[in-house]
Design a protein. Structure first.
Length: 256
């Protein structure tokens, strides 16, 4: 069996989640292909978390080098096209899409229009973080669209299995589930690694951080889509009245 994993991102929890998945798959008699961006292979996160795991059983391939700071809808469209290309090229038996927030909707719309996004023989599952369409206060046309698309995925695919990090999203899906659904929606909570506590002063000293003032931290991929410049501009004003405070941007960043 050939398993294809598509993970275009490498910041924050992405490489940690992927490394745990690969450790589990290596215990099975399967061929593993990981497709990601060229930028991932050049990243510190890849070298620290994935490079020690990758061996002759794991083939790592690259997809598009398209920038990550384009408008969100164009980014999801690019990822959808990447998935379709690599599926045709690699011909997997099992497809696993990491972090498909946004992209899953385009795949579903394409399937509704009669476009075969991947062969039916391919078992496709995906991992998604955001289940906000299932929140009690979810309103507006975007959430209504997501609710309809999620129901369509459950009834007819194209995914066979959807893993949600968000419990409220799973509850929404459970309320609409049928015994003959094509896609099963399941809860897949993020694992929590318990570490020994460290005193704040000791931690700052070990990390080479200033010992005075507060540290305001933004973690993850730093780009305009996540409001990086808003944080910087707000801190500039904050720093005028709090000169001992420091802003720490922890994570890779895009060109802008």
């Amino acid at each position: 069996m050939k398993v294809l994993i598509y993970e275009p991102c490498y910041s924050g929890h992405h490489m940690a989640d992927l490394s745990r998945l690969l450790v589990g798959l290596k215990a099975l008699p399967v061929e593993i292909v990981v497709v990601t961006r060229p930028q991932t292979l050049e990243s510190h996160e890849y070298q620290r978390m994935l490079a020690p795991i990758v061996d002759e059983r794991i083939q790592v391939d690259a997809c598009s080098r398209a920038p990550l700071d384009k408008p969100l809808w164009r980014l999801h469209l690019q990822q959808m096209m990447d998935v379709n290309r690599v599926v045709r090229r690699i011909q997997p038996d099992h497809l696993f899409l990491m972090m498909v927030d946004g992209t899953w909707m385009l795949h579903t719309l394409a399937a509704m229009c009669g476009w075969r996004v991947w062969p039916r023989r391919v078992v496709a599952e995906a991992y998604m973080i955001n289940g906000g369409m299932g929140y009690p206060n979810a309103a507006g046309w975007r959430n209504r669209l997501k609710q309809r698309l999620l129901t369509r995925v459950m009834r007819r695919g194209p995914l066979n299995r959807l893993l949600l990090l968000d419990e409220l999203g799973v509850q929404f899906a459970d309320a609409r589930a049928r015994p003959d659904d094509y896609c099963k929606v399941e809860l897949s909570p993020a694992p929590v690694v318990v570490v020994d506590p460290v005193a704040k002063a000791q931690a700052r000293e070990q990390l080479g951080l200033p010992t005075q003032g507060r540290l305001i931290v933004m973690m993850g991929f730093i780009d305009k889509l996540r409001g990086g410049m808003r944080v910087v501009n707000a801190f500039v004003e904050h720093h005028k009245s709090h000169p001992d405070d420091r802003l720490v941007l922890a994570g890779p960043h895009g060109p802008t």
